[in-house]
Design a protein around this ligand. Sequence first.
Ligand code: NAP
Length: 309
Amino acid sequence: MIPVNSVLQVGQFPEVMQMVIDQRIVPTRFDDLQAELPSGSFDSILIRSNTKLPIALLEKLPQVKMVATCGVGYDNLPLDFLKQRGIKASNTPGVLNDAVCELAIGMMFGLLRRIPEAHEFVRSAAWSKGLFTVTTTLAGKRVGIVGMGRIGQDLAKRLEPFKVDIAYTGPSAKDLPYTYLPNVKALAKVCDVLFLACPASSATEKMINAEVLEALGPQSYLVNIARGSVVDEAALLVALQQKKIAGAALDVFENEPNPDARFLNLDNVLLTPHIGSATSETRQLMTNLAIDNLEAFYNQQPLLTEVQN
Ligand code: NAP
């Protein structure tokens, strides 16, 4: 049992998630972080992975001992501070793989086959005046995955039937039937499509820099469904403007929800508003898992999916 009003729900949640929350618990809502903190005694926080949890807020909540985030990425949690205060944290890994992989593959084909432009071509009746441009086949190409974790491995399995060769990089080689390369530059050099599926961290910050993009080359594509911080956006903008790479499909940006305006005028990008996990099925699973973790905390049970901090 989760006591009424003992959970502080921080930030706005989409309707489909709020419905699940309201069916299962009675939180105190703190939708607008600029507003005054509601009064109450809170043991835990429920938050989304796209909402930054400020240390200043935690300092006002000395009783909080648990933070449940809805999302697998926990780069918006102040991990050092949580550790120092002995606050546990949970995330929602695994349950969002299907949705994220489906989007990643959809974006890849959208980019290679120029599906958004083709749609516009028919809609604007340009078809009656000429033929649409020929595009690029995936089959026979080499696909690279940066970060062969839960999403990376699900992505690889889904890509196999498309007749591609799969390679990957990460901190260490895994027992997988794919080629391991020791670093991202070496991987970029041999890839036609490079997927990013690693976490945001100090080790991955701006990992996709000018040198890596140069190695990727003018025939190859980048698909980022990880986090904006993994890419040096200034270098990516130059690479796209100067056609140093063929194109990029980006679901995530350094500055969300206001990505660099220069991306908007490029004809070799496909842009989506951080919607990797944004299906109603997945969002319900994520919310339920976050609340299951809260329940475990209140029942003094081990958390189901604890962030190892
Ligand atoms: P995961 O299971 O933890 O996998 C992450 C993988 O990245 C692991 O294999 C890890 O290696 C690897 N990695 C760590 N540091 C690396 C580095 N410096 N270079 C290359 N690889 C590195 O996480 P996941 O569930 O697959 O999720 C991955 C990320 O996707 C999340 O952190 C999140 O940021 C992002 N995501 C985005 C969306 C979206 O809406 N676009 C949705 C969900 C998730 P080891 O196996 O050796 O630890």
